[in-house]
Design a protein around this ligand. Structure first.
Ligand code: GLY
Length: 387
C-alpha cells in the first residue's frame, strides 16, 4: 500500500467512529480494568502479559505508571470512588519509591510520575501529588549531562558505555514542563528544552526516520552515533520509536511553541503511515512487511493515534484527527481483547522487546494505556491530558 492509500483508508475507517461506538469501547475497557483491580489489589501488573495474563508485581518497573494512569482514566470516565481510592493508594506507593530511590536510575521518570502523581494533581489538586511531581522532576533532572546537553537514558550517570539518550524520553519531558508550571521555577523547563533540542538534532535522521538511541562522546559531548536497543538493527526503523516521535514532538511543542513548528514533523508522520501494512497495524520494526512478515506491535499505533490528536490541536498535520480515528477504529474492531474473556489486556498483539523474547504477541501496559487514552481523547475533546 502507498502512503496516500493508507491515509485514504484510515480516513475512511475513521468515518465509522460514532459516539456510541466510543462509549461501548470505553465502557468495556473500564470494566476490564475493574476486573483486573480485584486481582492486583495494591500491587501492579507486569509490563507485559504472558498468554494474556499479567503477572502481579511490585512498583519496580518503568511501566507502573500506565496502570495508575488507567485508574485515573477510569475514574474520570465513571467518577466511581473505587478508582480514585486505588489511584490514591498507588500515589503512596510512588512516594515510597521516590523516598527509597527504588529503580529510578533511568529516564523513564515521566512515564511513572506524569501518569500517577501528575494526573492526580491535575484531577484532584492534591498537594502530595504536587510535591511528588516536583520530587520526581528533580530525579529526572539529576540525569542531565552538561557535556552534550541531554538526559542520560540508563545506567550509572556518566558511565561512558551508557553515554546516550533515547527517543522514548520525549514522553518524559512533560513532567519537567509541568514542574515549571506548578512551581514557577524555570530550571526544569530549560533543561527539558535543551534535551529536546539535542534529541531532535540526533535521533531524527535527515530522511525523518529515527534512531532508537544516540551516543555522545563523554569527554567532548560531541554526538557520536545512533544505535538501537529494541529495534531489529541499528539502521532499521523500530515502529515504537517512530511512534514515540509522532506523539512526543507535538507534546513538547505544546509547551515550547517553536516557530516554525519542526519542519520535519509531517515527514516523520508520513514515514510511520507509509510503513503500515495491509491491516494498518504496524509490524514491530519497519524492516518487516506483509511479504516478509513478523509480529505486530499494536501499541505503536495506539501511541501514534494519541500523537495525531495532539498534532490536530496544533494544526501540525493534515487530517490528523480523522487519521487517528481510523487507527483507533481498526484497533478497536480487530485488536481489542473484548472478545476474549480470559485475556486481561485491553489491546492484543503488542511487542515489548523482540530480540529478548519479551512480550511478543501479547498485551502490554502502555498499549492498553494509550489505547484507552486515545478513546477518551476522541470521546471527550475537552479531556486534559496527563502529560
Ligand atoms: N520505553 C521502552 C519501550 O517503549 O519499550
Amino acid at each position: 500500500m502507498s502512503l496516500q492509500e493508507n491515509k485514504k483508508r484510515l480516513v475512511e475507517l475513521g468515518g465509522n467512529v460514532t459516539e456510541m461506538w466510543l462509549n461501548e469501547q470505553i465502557d468495556w475497557c473500564v470494566s476490564q480494568i475493574e476486573k483486573n483491580m480485584q486481582r492486583f489489589g495494591t500491587q501492579f501488573p507486569s509490563a507485559c502479559a504472558t498468554n494474556g495474563k499479567y503477572r502481579i508485581k511490585a512498583n519496580d518497573d518503568w511501566t507502573n505508571g500506565f496502570w495508575t494512569g488507567m485508574l485515573w482514566l477510569a475514574y474520570e470516565w465513571t467518577k466511581k470512588d473505587k478508582f480514585l481510592a486505588l489511584a490514591m493508594e498507588n500515589i503512596q506507593s510512588f512516594q515510597k519509591r521516590l523516598d527509597d530511590h527504588f529503580v529510578l536510575d533511568h529516564h523513564d521518570i515521566g512515564f511513572l510520575y506524569s501518569l500517577s502523581a501528575g494526573a492526580g494533581f491535575k484531577i484532584t489538586g492534591n498537594d502530595q501529588c504536587k510535591q511528588e511531581v516536583l520530587q520526581a522532576a528533580e530525579v529526572l533532572l539529576a540525569r542531565f549531562q552538561e557535556q552534550g546537553e541531554f538526559i542520560q537514558a540508563w545506567g550509572q550517570k556518566g558511565d561512558p558505555k551508557e553515554y546516550r539518550l533515547i527517543i522514548d524520553s520525549l514522553i518524559n519531558l512533560p513532567l519537567l514542563f509541568e514542574a515549571t508550571e506548578i512551581s514557577g521555577d524555570t530550571h526544569y523547563s530549560e533543561m527539558a528544552e535543551k534535551h529536546y533540542q539535542t534529541l531532535m538534532k540526533t535521533v531524527i535522521k535527515a530522511d525523518a526516520t529515527t534512531f532508537h538511541t544516540y551516543y555522545f562522546d563523554p569527554e567532548t559531548g560531541q554526538p557520536s552515533h545512533g544505535a538501537t536497543h529494541q529495534g531489529h538493527s541499528d539502521s532499521s526503523i523500530w515502529a515504537r520509536g517512530q511512534s514515540w516521535a509522532v506523539l512526543g514532538i507535538p507534546l513538547n511543542e505544546s509547551y515550547l511553541h517553536s516557530m516554525p513548528f519542526p519542519e520535519n514533523y509531517a515527514q516523520i508522520v508520513d514515514v510511520f503511515l507509509a510503513h503500515l501494512p495491509e491491516d494498518l497495524i504496524p509490524y514491530w520494526d519497519f524492516d518487516f512487511t506483509d511479504q516478509h512478515p513478523s509480529d505486530k506491535d499494536s501499541s505503536s499505533l495506539a501511541i501514534a493515534a494519541c500523537g495525531l490528536m495532539e498534532a490536530e490541536k496544533l494544526a501540525a498535520f493534515p487530517e490528523a484527527e480523522m487519521l487517528a480515528k481510523g487507527m483507533v477504529y481498526q484497533l478497536g474492531e480487530h485488536y481489542s481483547a473484548k472478545k476474549l474473556p480470559e485475556n486481561e489486556g485491553l489491546l492484543l498483539h503488542g511487542v515489548y522487546a523482540h530480540a529478548e523474547g519479551k512480550g511478543i504477541d501479547e498485551p502490554n501496559l502502555w498499549g492498553d494505556y494509550f489505547y484507552l487514552e486515545a478513546l477518551i481523547r476522541l470521546a471527550n475533546p475537552q479531556w486534559q491530558r496527563y502529560w
